[in-house]
Design a protein. Structure first.
Length: 352
């Protein structure tokens, strides 16, 4: 009733702590906690059956709530949560285009999958390889529509309508959708695909133009909370800084080497002549001092650069080619920039 709803709204404004919703079980839950831990935000859950925890060392005013992903989105919209980490597909499916959800970080680098339309690779579908082919099949009529099984009851119909497939009927199914076409209860399915192995095992195929959403884990916030609730914007800023610094450093290495040279400029010139050695802003070159005949001089220079994993071996080869020796390599943990671009974007979206 309206009375209850007003009471709810009042209550949710009265609470002082900021609430972050996280997935409660499965691979997504594990990956989320691992990511936060890598950002020095270890969630302390006193007992695994409790659904409320905290990050006591770092962010004092933050409560962590473990929920089903769709409930994270629903509770962000109702004001019971302020922030959440879930898959983009879940945000779009259960947020249904609301203005009140703001995606703060759109690429947390885990939970990669795509929401995709899949059809059998046999029978009448054998030579159907694109959405266009599917739409042009004479089989679908108002009386006998294409039957699609899915749990995405918002996204799937919206997609089919936008793509101009006229005669489609949807059935909702949770659980193993892949069996529906073989059982004859559906012609096609719309489901999350990560590797595609399960589809192949069930003689199903994806088709050209059939991907509805490319998804991965995102950090999402309630617009109302960001603007109205004390502390939410500050906590969001801190989380964003930590996430960006960690994700930017993923797969980057610090490479240190010694190089003989007559001056720092001359060494820098040699380094910059190699395509893989420029680093984030360019190399750091500093003199290595040693005592010879009672005089201090610098014949060697220490150089430090930052190199992505992909280019690591190549960089070491190039360093050696220009006279680098004693090459040391260590993984980078964080790269903090002057300002995270996503923070600027967030403030702009909030009009702050």
């Amino acid at each position: 009733s309206l009375l209850d709803r007003n009471a709810d709204n009042k209550l949710s404004l009265e609470r002082n702590e900021v609430r972050l919703g996280l997935p409660s079980k499965g691979r997504m839950a594990t990956d989320t906690l691992d990511l936060l831990k890598d950002c020095q935000l270890s969630v302390r859950q006193v007992n695994p059956r409790q659904y409320v925890a905290e990050i006591p060392q770092q962010i004092s005013n933050l409560q962590v709530w473990f929920q089903r992903p769709k409930d994270v989105v629903r509770k962000l919209m109702s004001g019971d949560l302020d922030l959440g980490i879930v898959g983009l597909d879940t945000v779009i499916e259960y947020g249904q285009g609301t203005e009140d959800l703001i995606i703060v970080h759109d690429a947390l680098e885990f939970g990669d999958c795509r929401l995709s339309l899949a059809i059998p690779n046999y029978g009448i579908f054998e030579n159907i390889n694109s959405l266009k082919d599917l739409a042009q099949m004479p089989q679908w009529t108002p009386e006998k529509p294409l039957r699609v099984a899915t749990s995405f009851t918002f996204l799937a119909p919206k997609f089919m309508k936008e793509k101009g497939l006229k005669h489609v009927a949807f059935s909702t199914a949770d659980g193993a959708l892949e069996a529906a076409p073989a059982m004859g209860t559906a012609d096609a399915i719309v489901d999350l695909v990560s590797s595609g192995t399960t589809l192949k095992e069930n003689n199903l195929k994806e088709i050209q133009g059939g991907v509805i959403v490319e998804s991965q884990a995102v950090l999402v916030a309630s617009r109302k909370s960001l603007v109205q609730r004390n502390g939410v914007l500050e906590i969001t800023h801190e989380m964003l800084e930590r996430l960006e610094a960690h994700l930017r450093a993923l797969g980057q290495f610090t490479v240190t080497a010694n190089m003989r040279g007559s001056s720092a400029e001359q060494v820098a010139e040699r380094i910059l002549s190699q395509p893989s050695l420029s680093g984030l802003q360019g190399p750091t070159v500093s003199p290595v001092f040693c005592k010879r005949d009672g005089k201090v001089s610098a014949d060697y220079y220490a150089i430090v650069i930052c190199v992505p994993k992909k280019a690591l071996y190549e960089s070491v080869q190039q360093l050696r080619a220009i006279g680098g020796s004693g090459v040391l390599i260590s993984p980078l943990t964080y790269i903090f920039d002057e300002e995270t671009p996503r923070w600027r974007q967030l403030l702009a979206r909030l009009g702050l």
